[in-house]
Design a protein around this ligand. Structure first.
Ligand SMILES: [Fe+2]
Ligand SMILES: [Fe+2]
Length: 331
């Protein structure tokens, strides 16, 4: 790198998890440890983390602590937004045809968002470093009707009124759209459209989001969630980077010809005029052969914690199973 540039790193979906849970992927944790080492060796000034920092943080507060302690030992600051596996999914009132989950039960809650913020800081933030603005948020609150949705739209409006920065990097978890910014809202009740629905922001919120980001002069939008990388896309002047996972396995891989299914991280080199985003594949691309427990979103009552290989095993946080009182239920 030349002397007048500097760089930061971006990761998504490392899903650290813990061996105390009903499911775990030791390979994923090992991949992350390798990627983590590669990032440290690249000497970034900061790390942006696009969410899904846990495997089951939506039910285990312990996973927040585990990931927080891991990020705290990095030799540079990290800035985090939540993912759906950390705080719950974007909201739906309808159920999908899938019988392996209740989508309504997976809706994010204010309590989980507040709990996440207790470990990782505010769920939306903006700051300037070396003349570059960095903004992070959880766009999946859009359409939830939760108080956080109102705060989210206010935050986006606020971004448009800040003094313009030379470059503006925004980060979120979900892809704003699957194939086209103008595509319709995908239908959760149609099995063929379930995954596109699951991975994207619904159209009216997406349009408002993208308009706000463009008005705020965002030059680079970073996101994760699908675990599969795509060539850089453009929405007007804004570049959209769909980042592969830093631990978990690629999804929806049959949909496109040009995909990146390797794990790794994005090295983002900041120049005077633009940011060059380069994917760095993990040196360890081992297949997952040592997993235990189911994938997807099994219902709480269907989880078996007895296979946990580290003791004591976790259990879902008490208020999720109707025992005890959730702190923060006033939200
Ligand atoms: Fe993920
Ligand atoms: Fe996700």
């Amino acid at each position: 790198m030349s002397d007048d540039t500097w760089h930061f790193a971006h990761v998504a979906d490392h899903h650290l998890g813990t061996p105390r849970s009903y499911r775990y992927r030791p390979t994923m944790a090992r991949r992350w440890r390798g990627i983590r080492r590669q990032i440290i060796e690249s000497r970034p000034e900061l790390l942006l983390v696009s969410g899904d920092v846990t495997l089951d943080g939506d039910t285990h507060e312990f996973e927040y602590r585990n990931t927080r302690e891991d990020l705290d030992t990095l030799p540079f600051p990290s800035f985090v937004v939540p993912g759906n596996m950390d705080v719950g999914n974007k909201h739906t009132r309808a159920e999908s045809p899938r019988n392996d989950r209740s989508d309504v039960a997976l809706n994010m809650t204010s309590h989980r968002l507040a709990l996440f913020a207790g470990y990782f800081g505010p769920i939306q933030w903006t700051f300037v470093h070396r003349g570059v603005r960095f903004s992070g948020f959880y766009a999946a609150v859009a359409g939830s009707g939760l108080p956080e949705e109102e705060r989210f739209w206010r935050f986006l409006e606020h971004l448009t009124k800040l003094p313009p920065a030379r470059l503006h990097v925004a980060m979120m978890h979900y892809w704003p759209y699957i194939d086209d910014p103008e595509e319709p809202t995908w239908d959760i009740t149609d099995a063929e459209q379930y995954l596109p629905w699951y991975f994207s922001i619904d159209r009216p919120h997406r349009r408002r989001l993208l308009d706000s980001l463009q008005a705020a002069g965002v030059t680079n939008l970073l996101c994760g969630h699908v675990h599969t990388g795509r060539p850089v896309e453009r929405v007007g002047e804004m570049r959209v980077h769909k980042t592969p996972a830093a631990g978990n396995t690629a999804q929806m891989t049959g949909r496109w010809d040009e995909i990146e299914t390797r794990q790794g991280f994005q090295l983002c080199e900041v120049g005077e005029e633009e940011i060059t985003v380069t994917f760095v594949p993990a040196e360890d691309q081992s297949p997952v052969t040592d997993a235990w427990g189911p994938g997807g979103h099994p219902r709480l009552e269907e989880r078996d914690y007895s296979p946990a290989r580290e003791q004591p095993p976790l259990a879902p946080d008490p208020w999720l199973i109707g025992e005890g009182e959730a702190p923060g239920t006033q939200f």
